[in-house]
Design a binder for this molecule. Sequence first.
Ligand code: COA
Ligand code: MG
Length: 292
Amino acid sequence: MTDTKYRPRRSCLYMPASNQRALEKAKTLPADTIIFDLEDAVAPDAKDEARKNACAALRSGDYGGRELVVRINAMETPWFAQDLKQACLAGADAILVPKIRNANDIIQITDLMEDLEASLDSQLWAMIEMPEAILKLAEIAALGTRKRLTTFVMGFNDLAKEMRAEQDRAIFGPVMTQAVIAARAYGLNILDSVYNDFNDPAGLEAECSEAKKSGFDGKTLIHPAQIETANRVFAPSADEIAAAEAIIAAFADPVNAGKGVIVVDGKMTELLHLKQARQLVATAQAIESLAG
Ligand code: COA
Ligand code: MG
């Protein structure tokens, strides 16, 4: 099942669902997506309370048009079954499952979701953070064409730990490219990992720019101070919109009727660029309508 209707996911803010103050604050933050975390950011003793808080937040209707996602605990944990069931029944837009390893994990989870009649609308998002998942990106992504899976979320903190590698972004370049290719091959969305140093806006901006250039839809975030940067970088810039509009206008010009390739602004421009330009303008319009 693919998520056919485009919606902006420039800024996807995690918060521990055990933190009431953060849940309250999220109602007014300009993040496209809110991710209520039940996993890494919640201590074992607080798991039940966090689940209750997340479900209450989902049911409250207080989060406007923001997309609401719950990151549940991993399949092998004692919390997984209740997390999945309760979050689906409370109407989460998506369930984000960590520590996914292979296609069979996705099949098992979607089968459980199908059994919950009330969860028909919840998407499944997969954390890509285990070495095995990197080896099996294609087989996991392929389920996007017929299951609930719509979105990959990179998790480089866990992946570095599992690889026994350092937290150095350069190491993950090849993985980012492979993950984007796998996601796009099967129509999935893909979100970049978090930037831990929330007091370093320049570092965050550099990661957002790199991710946008690489094809990512947006970035997962950990602090409200990061939202503005992600919203700005992942939105088409004024220059990009102007260039796209120039391409659309050039192909609409009667002198170019029926042509497959023309010159716009000194550059070879083909019908594929027209398609790209239309997509960019549609993205900009979707972002604008969020604000409105
Ligand atoms: N979502 C919503 N609100 C948040 C927030 C978040 N992720 N992180 C901080 N805030 C709020 C705080 O509650 C505080 O609000 P207030 O001033 O109105 O009371 C304000 O933003 C400033 O917070 P600050 O004092 O700078 O941060 P902190 O020291 O309280 O918290 C972290 C720092 C990293 C612990 C916190 O940002 C956090 O928990 N982030 C998310 C962690 C997470 O979910 N990880 C899992 C995915 S990797
Ligand atoms: Mg993790």
